[in-house]
Design a protein around this ligand. Structure first.
Ligand SMILES: Nc1ncnc2c1ncn2[C@@H]1O[C@H](COP(=O)(O)OP(=O)(O)OP(=O)(O)O)[C@@H](O)[C@H]1O
Length: 327
């Protein structure tokens, strides 16, 4: 199935360039979950790209497919120009090391039987690089003298997320994919982890892909934000633009759910956008948001909207954007 195009990709030497990424899962009795249906994005060195969308829209599947875990069924993933989808065995493992991922649930992503030192050292040992365990523990704000010998269950959720960040950093990645890294944490701890990621990004020259369902979290940490709905791309813009001039009806619905956010929907928008998204087993024809969209018409059912520019750096896949194009 074709995606919404690649016109919004830049032509520079982006660290990560993903084209037409497609992920499907078997759903029994010859049915298929269309988890990711041709999304494209690029991330420049030192940039943070946010990916936002409600639960089930395919964010995690896209992230895992970038990591080739499992491989996408179609599409291209290039790291510094090198195509990952064609790599196998040792070449894939060596290249994939430069991409690391941290997860929503830090406690279950850490081996409960191993000490923090062993968890963090696992990478360097495997890859034969210098044992910088103490250095990375300090970098994430843990005291190596007291933390290294303990096991994950002795730590809070926030501290476990620090350990998983240390484990990723020990592999000296270029790109860190953060999949809902603060969603499972207490609100009071969320800001600490977000600040830590900002600090580490600057200190280690990282490039970040930051995935969240919450636009309030993502708009503050991202340079640009990609909005996903039911496996497709809706809108791409700098965080500020997305909040000040949201153009896709779906982005508007997402923004209106931000507490004390700037946007109030009309009664019709409110009514249509409420409720559950359609199943990714049988997604709507044309624009996938049309069944919940107050602006949808016959064209939206017949023709999938491609990504097109609204203003410099602001892209949208919608036949009837809520904001007029800048001439
Ligand atoms: N291994 C799998 N087998 C079958 N279906 C899957 C599998 N993994 C994900 N899915 C389905 O693919 C779709 C996208 O899921 P995905 O987890 O990528 O979304 P998400 O946006 O990350 O949501 P969440 O934040 O809830 O994880 C969902 O319908 C999900 O049920």
């Amino acid at each position: 199935m074709a995606g919404s195009g690649t016109a919004h990709l830049r032509d520079g030497d982006e660290v990560l360039r993903v084209e037409d990424l497609t992920v499907r899962f078997p759903a029994g009795r010859r049915r298929t979950v269309h988890a990711v249906s041709g999304i494209s994005f690029d991330v420049a060195r030192g940039e943070t790209l946010g990916i936002v969308g409600e639960s089930g829209c395919g964010k995690s599947s896209a992230a895992r497919a970038v990591m080739q875990m499992p491989r996408p069924v179609a599409g291209s993933v290039r790291l510094n120009g090198l195509e990952l989808t064609g790599l196998r065995g040792e070449a894939l493992r060596r290249t994939r090391r430069r991409l690391q991922m941290i997860f929503q649930d830090p406690i279950s992503s850490l081996n409960p039987r191993r000490s923090v030192r062993d968890i963090v050292a696992e990478g360097p040992r495997v890859w034969g690089s210098r044992d910088g365990v103490d250095e990375v523990l300090e970098a994430v704000g843990l005291d190596p003298a007291t933390a290294a010998g303990r096991r994950p269950h002795e730590f809070s959720g926030g501290q476990c997320q620090r350990i998983s960040i240390a484990r990723a950093l020990a592999l000296e990645p270029e790109v860190l994919i953060c999949d809902e890294p603060v969603s499972a944490l207490d609100v009071s701890v969320q800001a600490q982890i977000l600040n830590l990621l900002e600090d580490l990004k600057a200190r280690f020259g990282l490039t970040l892909v930051f995935i969240a369902h919450d636009l309030a979290v993502i708009k503050n940490v991202s340079d640009r934000v990609l909005v996903m709905y039911l496996g497709k791309t809706c809108e791409l813009a700098p965080g500020e633009t997305l909040v000040e001039r949201p153009a896709h009806p779906y982005t508007r619905a997402l923004l209106s759910s931000v507490p004390r956010g700037p946007l109030r929907l009309t009664a019709e928008e409110e009514e249509r956008a409420g409720g559950e998204p359609p199943s990714p087993v049988d997604p709507p024809s044309g624009c996938r948001f049309r069944t919940r969209c107050p602006r949808a018409d016959a064209r939206c059912a017949a023709e999938e909207p491609a990504m097109r520019p609204l203003a410099p750096g602001h892209w949208i896949a919608c036949h009837h954007p809520a904001v007029p194009p800048v001439a």
